[in-house]
Design a protein around this ligand. Structure first.
Ligand SMILES: Cc1cc2nc3c(=O)[nH]c(=O)nc-3n(C[C@H](O)[C@H](O)[C@H](O)COP(=O)(O)OP(=O)(O)OC[C@H]3O[C@@H](n4cnc5c(N)ncnc54)[C@H](O)[C@@H]3O)c2cc1C
Length: 311
C-alpha cells in the first residue's frame, strides 16, 4: 500500500529546485502500488502527475493542486546479457551495474540524471548513444484501461528524445528489459568515469537546471548550416543544429530574467541562480523562442516538461 503525504515541496524533488507544494504526494514502486495510488486520485477527483527523478520537469511556483506520484526503485536483476530493471531505478545505477557485470552499451550514458523510466520515455542519450538502442522490451501501465502491456523495442517508437510513452502520457513505464553486449568491466568502468569527467567539463552537473532545455531543431537554412560548420568545425547531425548554438547566435548567452539565467558555459542550459521562480524560467524560455523564431525563422521546442504551468 502507498503512504499519502500532504503539502510536500516539489522544489526539493526537482533538479531545478523550483516549485510550490503538492497537495497530495506519494511514492510508489511497481504496478500494483501505482494502480492503487491512481485509483485513490481518481476516486477523489484529484488531478494526477506522475514522475520519477525530477531532472526534466519544471514545477509551477503554485505547486500542484492534486496528487503527485513519484515512481521509485523497482530493483535490478541480471541474466546473462539481459538486465531487468524497475522504472524508478536511477539510470546511474543501471550504468554501474552493467559495467560491473561486463556488459557494454550503457557506459556513455553515465551521468545522465534521473530514472530509467524517465530516460526511456524521453529516449535520453549522450555522446552518440541513446537508451532506446539497448531496450529489448518495456512494461507499461495504461491509465485509461488499467492494463499492463509489454512493448517490444519497435513498438516503443524511439526517436530523437521521444518514444510512444512521451506521445501517450497515459502510458506509465513500470519496468524494462535491456539487452547489452559482452564487454570488459575495467574498460567499461573507465569509459563511464571518463564520461562523467567530460560532462562536468562541459557544464557543472550540479547546477540547478534540467540539462538541455530545448531540443535541437531541424534546420533547412543552408547559409546558417554553413555558418555553424565555419564557427564550430563540426557538421550538423541529421540536419539538426544545437539549440545552444542558436541561442548564442541570437545573443542570449548569459541573459538573465529574475533568478533564471542562460548559462554562459552552455547556452541550452537555463539555470536557477538561486532565486529563480518557474515564472522567471518560463519568461526566459519564451524570450529565447521569440528571438530564435523572429531572427532565424526556427521554432524551438522544450525538452523540459512544464507541470502546472500555462503554456
Ligand atoms: C545536469 C543535467 C544533465 C542532463 N543531461 C542529459 C543528457 O545528457 N541527455 C539527456 O537525454 N537528458 C539529460 N538531462 C535531462 C534528464 O536527466 C533526462 O531527461 C532524464 O531521462 C529524465 O528522467 P527523470 O526520471 O528525471 O524524469 P522526470 O523529470 O521525473 O520526468 C520527466 C518526464 O518523464 C515522465 N516520466 C517519468 N518517469 C516516467 C515513467 N516511469 N513512465 C512514464 N513517464 C515517466 C514524467 O511524467 C515527465 O513528463 C539532464 C538533466 C540534468 C539536470
Amino acid at each position: 500500500m502507498f503512504t499519502l503525504q500532504r503539502n510536500i515541496s516539489l522544489a526539493s524533488l526537482s533538479t531545478f529546485h523550483i516549485g510550490g507544494k503538492a497537495n497530495y504526494f506519494t511514492k510508489v514502486t511497481g504496478a500494483l502500488e501505482l494502480a492503487s495510488a491512481i485509483e485513490y486520485g481518481e476516486q477523489n477527483n484529484l488531478p494526477i502527475f506522475i514522475f520519477s527523478g525530477g531532472s526534466n520537469v519544471l514545477f509551477s511556483d503554485r505547486g500542484f493542486p492534486g496528487l503527485v506520484i513519484r515512481i521509485e526503485d523497482g530493483g535490478i536483476k541480471i541474466d546473462k546479457q539481459k538486465i531487468f530493471c524497475g522504472a524508478g531505478v536511477t539510470l546511474l545505477d543501471v550504468v554501474h551495474t552493467s559495467c560491473e557485470n561486463n556488459l557494454a552499451g550503457m557506459e556513455k550514458m553515465a551521468g545522465i540524471p534521473g530514472s530509467l523510466g524517465g530516460a526511456i520515455r524521453g529516449n535520453a542519450g549522450a555522446f552518440g548513444t541513446e537508451i532506446g538502442s539497448v531496450v529489448h522490451s518495456v512494461k507499461a501501465y495504461a491509465r485509461d484501461t488499467g492494463m499492463l502491456k509489454e512493448y517490444s523495442q519497435k513498438m516503443c517508437e524511439f526517436g530523437y528524445r521521444t518514444s510512444i510513452f512521451k506521445k501517450h502520457p497515459n502510458l506509465i513505464i513500470i519496468s524494462a528489459e535491456l539487452i547489452l553486449e559482452p564487454g570488459e568491466k575495467s574498460i567499461l568502468q573507465k569509459i563511464a568515469s571518463d564520461t562523467m569527467v567530460l560532462r562536468e567539463s562541459k557544464h557543472s552537473q550540479k547546477a540547478m537546471c534540467a540539462g538541455s532545455f530545448f531540443m535541437n531543431p531541424l534546420v533547412k537554412d543552408e547559409k546558417l548550416l554553413a555558418e555553424f560548420v565555419k564557427d564550430t568545425g563540426n557538421v550538423s547531425k541529421d540536419g539538426k543544429l544545437p539549440a545552444g548554438w542558436l541561442i548564442d547566435y541570437v545573443g542570449l548567452r548569459g541573459k538573465q530574467i529574475g533568478g533564471a539565467m542562460v548559462s554562459k558555459q552552455h547556452p541550452n542550459y537555463l539555470v536557477n541562480t538561486g532565486t529563480a521562480t518557474a515564472e522567471d524560467v518560463v519568461m526566459l524560455a519564451s524570450l529565447i523562442k521569440t528571438r530564435v523564431r523572429d531572427e532565424l525563422g526556427i521554432r524551438l521546442r522544450e525538452e523540459v516538461q512544464y507541470v502546472g504551468l500555462d503554456q
